[in-house]
Design a binder for this molecule. Structure first.
Ligand SMILES: *Cc1c(COP(=O)(O)O)cnc(C)c1O
Length: 434
């Protein structure tokens, strides 16, 4: 019996109407030469597909579901909110409430604006930075993802001093020539870039813990260098914490590293699974936005009442004492367990984690610093491992370039089951020969 029969049928149909059958490319499972399963429902740490297969979910909608799926308090408050209408396009108290909660945890966000996605937040943050500095050039890092914004979909040119090139057709070179794409964790690259172009650079945007090239931790000296260079050259430092905000700790990576950016972008968790993004920072910059200032930003559904409600309830619940230390203990147990069991079968595996996010790399390297390091990992092994785990009911991200996520609902039992399955997977892989 084919245990993915209904998913296969659904995928055949969806391919007739959505390019690649999906509304966001990674969902198509192409990176692992596989077919996606169609999800019907979720509860806590589990999701269920159309064929009734149950999975322990380590994607969590790519980050938002830090309380697990269908958290009863979140569902209840959303239901209550919907009764009063789903949108007004007018101010509500719900927006102020969520914003205050956010600012309590991210004091660097003196003022903020709501958007409907992380992409919108980073796009608006870049415009704000350019508008405030009256400069065009921006700096990003290879392997960091900031949404599908034109000027951020850029590959590195040759060498740190050259302009980036579009990573997708449809993006004018005239635009990406304003973007420098440098190596993550490389202090020398960023120093040289500023030395040459510092007085033209509007902003540096960075994932202070990178979660879109698997999970790559920064060197503290790299993060501190970004801060000091931006100070020196009067450029704006943007921390894109769409993924890490409320995920690695309540106050994001900026709380962990004690480095204060000028502007922060948030998303994912702050919407509690509803479409939300936020950008915010120094008052003197934020007050340049319309209608106070000349820099334009708007949104029909920005600050949507249902989304604000879901986000507020989610943040209230994750503000419980020791929430993140408990979460990190589970992540740690999972990652250490994976490392140990890979070692047992002579498979080289490197693991990383921060709070409720994690990464694992099939590599014999002792540290992963940047996108080239990630690309050098053994993708074939990842693919085999992914497929075996999925067949055992463990749903990891279908790409070795994505981070994994854990929720407060993942139990010790779930982790033990995952580790037992991983051990079987490593055994099978090693028996087949690497
Ligand atoms: C997910 C993500 C985005 C984009 O957010 P969307 O809501 O998908 O538009 C931007 N930056 C980072 C760091 C992300 O992880």
């Amino acid at each position: 019996m084919d245990k993915n029969k209904l998913s296969k049928k659904a995928f055949a149909e969806s391919q007739n109407i959505f390019p690649g059958g999906v509304n966001s490319p990674v969902r198509a499972f192409k990176n692992v030469n596989s077919l996606p399963v169609f999800i019907e429902k979720g509860n806590g740490a589990y999701i269920y597909d159309l064929d009734g297969n149950k999975y322990i979910d380590y994607i969590g909608s790519w980050g938002p579901m830090i309380l697990g799926h269908a958290n009863s308090s979140v569902v209840k408050s959303v239901k209550q909110s919907i009764k009063n209408s789903t949108s007004f396009g007018a101010p509500t108290l719900l927006e102020t409430k969520l914003a205050n909660l956010i600012r309590r945890n991210f004091p660097s966000m003196e003022k903020m604006r709501m958007t409907s996605s992380g992409t919108e937040a980073t796009m608006s943050a870049i415009r704000l930075a350019r508008g405030c500095t009256n400069r065009d050039k921006i700096v990003k890092f290879e392997g960091c993802y900031h949404g599908h914004v034109d000027s951020l979909l850029v590959n590195a040119g040759s060498g740190s001093a050259t302009f980036g090139v579009p990573s997708s057709p449809g993006i004018p070179k005239d635009l990406t020539k304003h973007t420098y794409s440098l190596e993550y964790n490389n202090v020398e690259h960023i120093e040289n870039c500023f030395k040459k172009n510092g007085n033209k650079i509007a902003c540096v945007i960075v994932e202070p813990i990178a979660g879109n090239m698997n999970c790559v931790l920064p060197d503290l000296k790299f993060i501190k260098k970004l801060r000091s260079l931006c100070n020196k050259y009067r450029s704006i430092l943007i921390f894109d914490e769409v993924m890490t905000g409320f995920r690695v700790s309540k106050g994001g990576a900026q709380e962990i590293y004690k480095v204060r950016p000028d502007i922060t972008t948030l998303g994912k968790i702050v919407g509690g699974g509803m479409p939300v993004g936020v950008f915010g920072g120094k008052k003197k910059y934020m007050d340049q936005l319309s209608p106070l200032g000349p820099i334009y930003h708007a949104g029909t559904l920005s600050g949507n009442p249902v989304a604000m409600t879901a986000g507020t309830k989610t943040i209230e619940l994750l503000s419980a004492k020791n929430f993140h230390s408990k979460l990190e203990n589970k992540t740690k147990k999972l990652m250490n367990g994976l490392s140990n069991s890979a070692k047992k079968y002579q498979i080289d595996l490197l693991t990383t984690y921060a709070g409720g996010m994690f990464g694992f790399f099939f590599t014999d390297k002792h540290k992963i610093n940047n996108f080239s390091d990630v690309k050098s990992c053994n993708n074939m092994l990842f693919e085999k491992f992914f497929k075996i785990m999925l067949s055992k009911g463990v749903y990891f991200a279908p790409s070795s370039f994505e981070a994994g996520f854990i929720s407060s609902k993942h139990s010790q039992r779930d982790i033990n089951y995952t580790l037992k399955s991983a051990e079987e997977a490593f055994k099978e892989i090693s028996r087949e020969g690497l």
